[in-house]
Design a protein around this ligand. Structure first.
Ligand SMILES: Nc1ncnc2c1ncn2[C@@H]1O[C@H](COP(=O)(O)OP(=O)(O)OP(=O)(O)O)[C@@H](O)[C@H]1O
Length: 862
């Protein structure tokens, strides 16, 4: 039993239980029945209580003294670094101001020009070097400043096995046979002697003892093998503004009290780091270095994203000599999420990894040539056509085109394309064909037929450029060109003149300069005229991936020949008609975008492959189709994968086919794959977790548990119409803001509903209340009231969630179950659901027959 004392701290408002050092209150006296307690026992207990308090005081005094010592070291270091920073800044400003004073300009001839150029380069290099040093000094100052605020959060005392278990607990460095006190913080602090470790970085091997171990025998992994010993003490601190607020000793892995306090805090518009309270099962994910593929299936709010981000920080620390932040990519579900998580790494003292959405990848490659539908637009359209024959066909097509079957079909198609079938676009100028598509195909499959795709295309490009050169020659003397040359710009004439001079023209012995000038000018003008063709050739646009891909939906024989089982997919005929409507008009449905890009990149020899990327993180991985998973693997062939998701939140049509993480786990050999489960939900209060779980089918909800944090029971309320709904939501939002909640999410199913909701809510709130309509393009989550569609709420969280119209009409189908669950699990402290008319049956579809607990409190407002 741990004795505990409750109090509220002035600074943070946390409600903490200060736990006395283990053993201090362990008297055992409480086991006696009251009537049997004699005066002697009471005296003993009083005495023991006094001793405990004395010991607690002694601990506080010891830790305060140590903190003062550490802050002193930080202070001295900070002063030194500030002066270095000042000098560096002076250097940079000086060089910038005098940049051109130190460069001697002379353009009189080529040699002088060369020298001028190299002196500019030298100056630029000097400036870059000083700027780099300035950046290093400034990062160091920044780190020391936050270290001064909160230098460490934990201490463990550890005796290594070989050293014996004797020795007194206390500060200082280790000596053989002595207890080593290890203080753990966000970043390390080493004394000027280079040997005294005042603070260990949370990512150091020994720090894992804090996350994984309890006092007693422990071991941890070091680069040189396992180290074993005994942990004699585990202590947690709350230090703010350089002041020791609380000290807790604990015999648990990470004490509940601190976690309770952290989770009860108000949320922020940016995600926070969790280094002080990483849980054992999360630590395993963060520090895994063995596996090429790490799959994390975790309940909503179980810390998948948090674990992923701390893992990035861990890897950047562990491999700091060989891994740069640019070699790590995190695929995020949407731009809002990107903004939301972007502070975590900088707060941990690391530069951010690259972040992108799958949409951005598609847009970068296809968006300039074609109009590409995004996942959100597809989702909105599926919602709008839901229940119609058209809607069902579209949904089936979306699922199929994301399937492994279709990936295999596309792979087989590529095999056939090696022999025939790639479509080309002719090079034409003013109605005249310079090179026809047939000629290109003949060369591609003739002379170049033995090369692989990438090489073929490069050689074909070279050949086409040769053909264009030949065509220009053939045009000299043609009337159109002479006319165009007469209208040549001043600049063209001057450039031609310079060219001719460089080639040795206009000197005494030459008599034909005029003719050569004319000829060169004609060539220049012809070249300018076919500029767009050259550009197209450079970008491989003579190859037509769209027509090549479309062929699969034109020829049934071709499709069945490529399909692994020789069969057409269901609704193939519908897909053929749809392809005419969309691809035929250069519009790309979301479900066609990845297959088209795959074919295009394969035909280009995957020249955009990012072989340098060493770690790929995919968050909300359940939303990726198996096709997309396989495509990413192909695109980042050398990257280790960390894939995080929750199949209970698979809300897109394309993902349903994958049935979990099959699409991902089949990408890497089983022995190189680890699958971890996170079952405890830390985000939401217990009542919210229990409420949300009942939306799921029992077999899916099984195993999800709530971290023990109390809160108010969620409620489901009925309203007559949207106006009354807005009335209630606006009133609740005001009440919550007044109560100090910082972020309130009003989550509607679609963007269209959000537009209505936003107008109605704004009308009912005072102008000063911050209300923001969050759209697909929003990159930041503002404080106050955010109104957003369900799919944009993925991965983020709010102090309070007000669900906008969860009626049977909006969330009535089985397919809506996971969406509704996702929406409800965004809430940290408060969840209120509103419905216009009949509430969604998904709330009451508890298959055990019991009704929703929250529904007991339903308020009938009619
Ligand atoms: N060990 C921890 N210590 C403190 N807070 C934690 C811890 N683990 C998770 N949390 C908090 O729980 C919340 C949910 O975490 P996170 O967003 O990482 O979960 P998730 O599994 O990615 O959720 P979802 O799948 O629902 O988006 C965050 O506020 C996070 O800070």
């Amino acid at each position: 039993m741990r004795a505990a004392r409750s109090f509220r701290t002035a600074a943070s408002g946390w409600r903490l239980r200060a736990v006395a050092p283990i053993g201090i209150f362990r008297t055992g006296a409480c086991t006696l029945p009251g009537s049997m307690i004699k005066q002697r026992d009471i005296d003993v207990r009083k005495q023991e209580g006094r001793e405990a308090v004395d010991k607690e005081e002694a601990i506080r005094a010891e830790e305060k003294a140590r903190l003062v010592e550490v802050l002193g070291v930080i202070d001295r270091r900070l002063r030194k670094e500030l002066s270095v920073l000042g000098n560096r800044r002076g250097d940079v400003v000086g060089i910038r101001q005098e940049f051109f004073d130190d460069v001697s300009f002379n353009f009189s001839d080529a040699t002088e020009l060369g020298e001028t150029w190299s002196s500019i380069v030298q100056q630029a290099e000097l400036l870059a070097e000083r700027e780099r040093s300035h950046r290093v000094a400034s990062t160091s100052v920044e780190r020391l400043a936050w270290q001064h605020d909160n230098p460490y959060f934990a201490r463990i005392d550890f005796v290594e096995e070989s050293e014996g278990a004797e020795g007194a607990s206390g500060g200082g460095t280790a000596a053989a046979g002595k207890v080593e006190s290890i203080y753990i913080g966000r970043s390390s602090l080493i004394g000027e002697d280079g040997e005294t470790f005042y603070i260990y970085d949370w990512r150091a091997p020994v720090s894992s003892l804090f996350y994984d171990g309890e006092p007693g025998p422990v071991s941890y992994e070091t680069p040189g093998g396992m180290a074993s010993g005994t942990m004699t003490l585990k202590r947690q601190f709350v230090i703010r503004g350089g002041v020791l607020k609380h000290v807790f000793d604990t015999d648990e892995t990470i004490g509940d009290d601190i976690l309770q306090a952290v989770l009860s805090e108000r949320s922020d518009t940016s995600m926070k780091s969790i280094v002080a309270t990483i849980q054992k099962e999360q630590n395993r994910i963060i520090r895994d270095e063995k596996h090429k593929l790490l799959v994390v299936q975790g309940a909503a709010g179980s810390g998948k994203t948090s674990a992923a981000l701390q893992r990035v920080a861990y890897l950047l620390y562990r491999y700091r000599e060989t891994l740069t932040p640019e070699q790590v990519i995190l695929f995020s579900p949407n731009p809002v999420f990107k903004g939301y998580v972007s502070r975590v790494l900088p707060d941990l003292g690391e530069a951010n990894m690259r972040q992108m959405t799958f949409r951005e990848l598609i847009e970068a490659r296809l968006g300039r040539r074609w109009e590409v539908e995004d996942l959100f637009a597809q989702t909105e359209e599926l919602a709008a056509t839901s229940g119609t024959a058209e809607g069902e066909s579209r949904e089936a097509a979306a699922r199929y085109k994301g399937s492994e079957h279709f990936f295999a079909t596309a792979g087989n198609y590529l095999e056939r394309l090696k022999k025939s079938g790639v479509r080309f676009r002719p090079l034409r100028f003013r109605g005249e064909t310079i090179v026809s598509a047939e000629e290109m195909a003949a060369r591609y499959y003739g002379e170049l037929g033995h090369e692989d795709f990438g090489e073929r295309l490069i050689k074909l490009r070279r050949w086409l450029n040769g053909r264009l050169n030949g065509w220009i020659e053939s045009q000299i003397g043609e009337a159109w060109l002479e006319e165009a040359a007469e209208l040549a710009s001043e600049e063209d004439i001057q450039r031609t003149y310079v060219q001719l001079r460089r080639e040795g023209g206009f000197h005494d012995e030459a008599f034909d300069d005029e003719d050569r000038m004319t000829e060169l000018l004609l060539r220049r003008v012809a070249e300018n005229s076919i500029g767009p063709l050259r550009k197209a050739v450079k970008g491989f646009r003579f190859m037509d991936p769209m027509a090549t891909y479309r062929e699969l939906f034109r020829s049934r024989t071709l499709f069945t020949a490529c399909a692994p089982d020789g069969k057409l997919p269901p609704r193939y005929e519908w897909m053929v008609l749809r392809a005419d409507e969309t691809l035929g008009r250069k519009i790309i449905d979301h479900e066609d975008a990845t297959p088209l890009l795959f074919i295009m990149e394969a035909l280009e020899g995957f020249r955009k492959v990012e072989g340098d990327v060493k770690h790929l993180f995919v968050d909300e991985a359940q939303d990726y189709s198996p096709f997309q998973a396989a495509f990413l693997r192909r695109r980042f062939p050398h990257a280790r994968l960390t894939v995080l998701g929750d199949f209970n939140q698979a809300i897109y049509a394309q993902a349903e086919e994958s049935g979990g993480f099959g699409g991902w786990t089949r990408l890497v050999a089983e022995e190189d794959t680890a699958v971890w489960r996170l079952t405890t939900s830390y985000r939401s209060t217990r009542p919210i977790v229990e409420f949300s779980k009942r939306i799921l089918r029992p077999e899916d909800a099984e195993g999800i548990s709530a971290f023990n944090r109390d809160g108010e029971e969620p409620s489901v309320r009925s309203c007559r119409d949207n106006r009354e709904l807005a009335e209630q939501v606006a009133a609740k939002a005001e009440e919550l803001l007044a109560a100090g909640y910082a972020t309130i999410g009003v989550i509607a199913k679609t963007a269209a509903e959000c537009g209505d909701a936003s107008a109605l809510i704004k009308e009912r709130l005072p102008d000063k209340t911050p209300v923001t309509l969050v759209t697909g393009g929003s990159a930041k989550l503002p404080p106050g009231v955010s109104i957003l569609p369900s799919y944009l709420s993925k991965g983020i969280e709010f102090d309070a969630v007000l669900v906008w119209d969860a009626s049977a009409a909006r969330y009535g189908r089985e397919q809506d179950r996971k969406l509704l669950y996702t929406v409800c699990t965004r809430a940290l402290h408060v969840l209120n659901v509103y419905c216009v008319g009949e509430r969604s049956p998904l709330f009451g579809s508890d298959q055990n027959g019991s009704d929703q607990k929250g529904l007991d409190r339903e308020v009938e407002t009619r």
